[in-house]
Design a binder for this molecule. Structure first.
Ligand code: NAD
Length: 283
């Protein structure tokens, strides 16, 4: 290794969709600390600006909080214009906007004699509106920013796109069929785009976080009234060999590895960051 690791990030521009969220803001902190110019692109304007200001103060790097909707081409084109004016051309894109909806979540894990007449609590009570929302945000919300914001990288002949998938993309988790299928689609798209762009100098990879306690899954993992882990929360911990939830900052190393020129020959992969969950057979 001739150069200092990650030196290539200095003054390059990275856009992170959903960057104001729990995972996104941790990633922004890691990149800003290495001198990257980071853009927090989020539908929540107030939060994007607040998180950007906080990270800028903490790291001294330039961080830009920008409102945009990953599901609107017009909004993304407008964001791109603003990014070009403020920071210049985009070298990296992290597709972090995503999440699940209670409307596409069954109340029971499996059907059996005790609940089979209670259709509303099962797969049969799910709402298409929930499926549409989850598929749009996770899959199209990864596809469209790659299409609009990825062009700079292809024109410049270098860069990397990083998608945020999930553990349930490999094997679906009970209760969340839309989210599991949508994240599987993200993995498939990661492979597809990596092949499509392989000769352009632009790499496309993904990380699959295991279980991190955040806003989107708290309602499933922690009992609202008692604050104790739900039965599902306990099951997750006992199936994670490290015996705990991950800390969001524990995703940072894998993100840096996948974006860096040190991984120049790595494209089209999805790396689990899961405390051993995907390696464990359950016994
Ligand atoms: P989060 O809810 O804290 O952050 C998501 C961010 O996306 C929010 O700031 C939200 O405002 C933004 N967003 C939502 N819709 C948007 C839109 N249309 N356009 C632009 N921004 C939009 O969630 P998180 O836990 O930080 O999750 C980040 C990513 O990691 C998601 O893709 C999620 O599916 C994935 N993930 C999370 C976990 C976990 O345990 N938390 C596990 C695996 C994967």
């Amino acid at each position: 290794m001739e150069k200092r690791a990650f030196q290539e990030f200095e003054n390059k521009v990275c856009v992170i969709t959903g960057g104001a969220g729990v995972i996104g803001s941790s990633i922004v902190s890691a990149l800003a600390a290495l001198g990257m110019k980071t853009v927090i692109l989020d539908i929540n304007k107030e939060l994007a600006e607040k998180v950007a200001a906080e990270i800028q103060t903490k790291t001294g790097a330039e961080v830009f909080g920008l409102e945009a909707n990953v599901l609107s081409r017009e909004s993304l084109e407008d964001a791109k214009k603003q990014i070009h004016e403020k920071f210049g051309r985009i070298s990296y894109l992290i597709n972090g906007a995503g999440g699940n909806s209670p409307k596409a979540t069954t109340q029971v894990e499996t059907m059996d004699e005790s609940n089979k007449d209670d259709w509303e609590k099962t797969f049969f009570g799910l709402q298409m509106e929930g499926f549409d929302w989850v598929f749009d945000l996770n899959f199209k919300g990864t596809l469209l920013p790659s299409m609009v914001l990825g062009k700079d990288m292809v024109e410049d002949g270098s860069g990397a796109i990083l998608n945020i998938s999930s553990m349930n993309s490999f094997k679906p988790l009970t209760k969340i069929p839309a989210y599991s299928a949508a994240k599987s689609a993200v993995n498939n798209f990661t492979e597809w785009l990596s092949v499509h762009l392989a000769k352009t100098g632009v790499r496309v990879n993904a990380i699959a976080p295991g279980f991190f306690l955040t806003n989107q899954n708290r309602f499933l993992l922690v009992d609202e009234k008692s604050g104790e882990p739900t039965a599902r929360g306990q099951k997750i911990i006992s199936n994670t060999p490290m015996g705990r939830y991950g800390e969001v900052d524990e995703l940072q190393g894998t993100v840096l590895y996948l974006l860096s020129d040190l991984s120049q020959f790595v494209t089209g992969i999805v790396i689990p960051v899961d405390g051993g969950y995907s390696a464990f057979g359950g016994v």
